[in-house]
Structure formats: C-alpha cells, structure tokens
Design a protein around this ligand. Structure first.
Ligand code: GLN
Length: 221
C-alpha cells in the first residue's frame, strides 16, 4: 500500500487513510507493507495507492510528478486507488488552480474540475448505496463527471456539485471527504480491502467502527 506524496497531498491528516487500510488488513491477518512516497522518491508498483487533499500549488506539483511516474500504468493494470479532494481532481482531465487557470490532470478518468463560485467548507454526508459516508470538505473546485459514475448522492454539503460526490470506477474510489475518510468510514476501508483480496471480510469492532455507528445515529436523529 502506497501513500502518494503526503507532504504535498496530506491536508487534514489524509495520510491517515494509509494507516487505517494497513491496520484493518493486519487485524484480518493480511500481511501489508505500507510505504510513503516523498518528493524525489520513485513511485513503486503497489496494490493500493492513497492520495489526499492538497492546496493548489502542491497539487499541481504532485500531478507533474505522477505524470512522469509508473502510477498511470499501475492503475491501468488494476491497482486500486482511494483519492480525496485534490487527489480526485488530479486523476481527471483538467483541474483549476489559482486565478482560474485550467491545468492538465492525469486524464485517467473523464472528470473535469472548474472553480466554484464560492469555496465549499463544512460537513459532508453522502449516501453510498446502503451506507452513509461522513466527513468534511474544504475545496474551491467543482467537478463534473462526464458520464463517470458518482461515488454517491450528497445529503449534506456540496461534494462535486451539490448533488453527487466523487466518482467510482472498478478500481478507483474518489471523494471530496476528509476525515481522514477511511478512519471516519470504516465500511469504505473494508470495501476497498475486500475488493483487493477478492473475498468478503468479517466485521471488526474497533473504536472507529463504534464511532461511525454513533455518527450515523446522530445524523439520523
Ligand atoms: N486545491 C483544491 C481545491 O481547492 C483541493 C483542495 C483540497 O484538497 N482540500 O479545490
């Protein structure tokens, strides 16, 4: 498992998504190596890549570094990706940086991010099938999907455009939610892990799982 550029794409503790994935795998007896890729490091081949949020400048640098790396090929070959906010934007065709300039993304999905009229800052809740995804958002970009399937439907906050959040392909889970999102939504970590190993998983009963149920209870009341 590989956390990509936590020094560029690591706002709001998004690097913690890697720790959550590795720990939930280990608790199922799955041997995991977790690596963090820094600026200047070669991106290794991995089963899972984790990308977090970032400010506009660092986000642009991360896109440039990834463009020169094996990342695109590894994902085309089936590596899984969990991408948050800036990570979500970078995988798309273009994204908007300071001053409204369009900048080229990696073109791995059809998503296009432009500048919203105002920043989206606050709580974010998203219905994903039978699950609720909870977190918070802080971004200037708004994303259109160009036919790509969204991750879910927004019930609170803005996500991509006030209606849907993120996107989902066979091997990519993308969302605007920080938290870190996999600490706040253990079911999503397990969905990704289950897809990686190809079998269903027994539930865990960690403090994170209990807190998740408590958050859903409060949101439902
Ligand atoms: N820089 C991007 C934006 O403002 C992403 C922000 C983030 O990752 N939190 O839209």
């Amino acid at each position: 498992m590989c956390v990509l550029y936590p020094d560029l794409l690591g706002t709001y503790g998004d690097g913690g998504n890697g720790l959550v994935m590795a720990e939930r795998a280990r608790r199922r007896g799955i041997d995991v190596t977790l690596v963090e890729v820094g600026i200047g490091d070669a991106v290794p081949v991995a089963n899972l890549y984790l990308m977090g949020g970032g400010e506009d400048g660092p986000q642009r640098l991360a896109a440039d570094l990834l463009r020169l790396s094996i990342f695109g090929g590894a994902v085309r070959d089936g590596a899984h990706v969990v991408a948050v906010c800036a990570g979500l934007q970078i995988l798309g065709e273009t994204f908007c940086i300071e001053g409204n300039d369009q900048y080229e993304g990696l073109g791995m999905v059809a998503a296009v991010t432009t500048r919203g009229e105002r920043r989206a800052v606050g709580e974010l809740a998203v219905r994903v099938g039978t699950n609720l995804l909870v977190g918070f958002e802080n971004h200037g970009g708004q994303t259109s999907l160009g036919g790509l399937a969204p991750l879910g439907t927004v019930t609170k906050g803005r996500g991509n455009d006030g209606r849907v959040d993120g996107y989902r392909t066979k091997n990519i889970w993308a969302t605007y939610a920080h938290g870190p999102v996999l600490a706040m939504n253990p079911w999503l970590a397990d969905e990704v892990l289950s897809s990686l190993i190809g079998t269903p998983l027994e539930p865990l009963h960690t403090a994170a799982d209990l807190l998740y149920r408590e958050r859903c209870r409060v949101l439902d009341s």
